[in-house]
Ligand binder design. Structure first.
Ligand SMILES: Nc1ncnc2c1ncn2[C@@H]1O[C@H](COP(=O)(O)OP(=O)(O)O)[C@@H](O)[C@H]1O
Ligand SMILES: [Mg+2]
Length: 269
């Protein structure tokens, strides 16, 4: 059981929100096998905001899906807030995910027949936890949707839908929130709003956020950037600016070509 801090009713956290040890994921088998993740080892402190970048097909989504328990890694260990995600059955992984992890999708994945308020409280109901209407409304107010509680998703703009999805991801006070291209379907202004909201959530509530993006501007909202190439970590950048991220991205292609030429492992982060 998670320990709860009585005053804030927040789960007590370890210092390390996420640890991956030699995580490998292969799709398919035989000649058609694709190694999407090739021995990824990383550690993210609690309260950090990390962007994951890399060329298309470099394994970003696979990394998030495995780390979030939406998919199963073939090898390696994944620890969330100090607890190992079992390699076991689907049901156990689902329970682990519902208790510890929030996920934000590019296409929002809201249920069209549920109101904003009902979509937001759904993870609590799925986890068999008490739905506290005041808390649900407080979170929706934080994301700027306090006046839209009874609206249905298709009565909202894209940016508003993504803010519902953020509220839904935060409602269980997860140890880590993963977001896969959360601004990919948004116009520039809504995208900035959503990224600013994620950054503010990290600052104000000590949430740990991992953001996959291919946009250097989006990555610059994070505290640090991890680069992936060919399913392996290929570098790290602290206090990223959009320019520095874009510059690194242009060199990732060279890194991959060189690795293929020498068949040598990359520097590890
Ligand atoms: N369900 C799948 N079946 C087979 N191959 C897949 C599947 N999902 C991803 N891949 C392959 O794994 C590699 C990594 O994909 P992905 O994690 O989606 O990369 P990214 O998100 O960085 O674009 C790619 O070569 C991709 O084609
Ligand atoms: Mg992807």
């Amino acid at each position: 059981m998670t320990m709860f801090d009585r005053k804030r009713q927040s789960p007590r956290r370890t210092d390390e929100a996420l640890r991956l040890v030699s995580v490998t994921k292969v799709y398919g088998s035989g000649d058609g096998a694709v190694t999407a993740l090739d021995g990824v080892t990383l550690s993210l402190p609690t309260g950090s905001f990390t962007a994951v970048m890399g060329p298309s097909g470099s394994g970003k989504s696979t990394l998030l899906q495995c780390a979030a328990g939406l998919d199963r890694a073939d090898q390696g260990q994944i620890l969330v807030d100090g607890e190992e995600m079992g390699g076991g059955g689907e049901a156990a992984r689902t329970r682990f995910r519902r208790e510890r992890i929030g996920f934000i999708f590019q296409q929002y994945n809201l249920l069209p027949t549920l109101t904003v308020e009902e979509n937001t409280s759904l993870p609590l109901r799925l986890a068999g936890r008490r739905t506290d209407p005041e808390r649900v409304r407080a979170i929706l107010t934080q994301v700027g949707l306090g006046e839209r509680l009874r609206h249905l998703p298709d009565e909202l703009s894209g940016g508003q839908r993504q803010r519902v999805a953020i509220a839904r991801a935060l409602v269980t006070r997860p140890a880590v929130v993963f977001a896969d291209e959360p601004t990919g379907a948004l116009d520039t202004r809504s995208a900035r709003d959503v990224l600013g909201l994620l950054r503010e959530t990290v600052r104000r509530h000590g949430t740990t956020v991992v953001l996959v993006t291919h946009d250097p501007v989006a990555a610059s909202y994070a505290d640090s950037v991890l680069f992936l190439a060919d399913g392996r970590l290929a570098g790290h950048l602290a206090a990223p600016t959009a320019e520095a991220v874009a510059e690194r991205m242009t060199h990732l292609g060279d890194v991959v070509a060189e690795r293929h030429a020498h068949n040598s492992p990359l520097m590890e982060v």
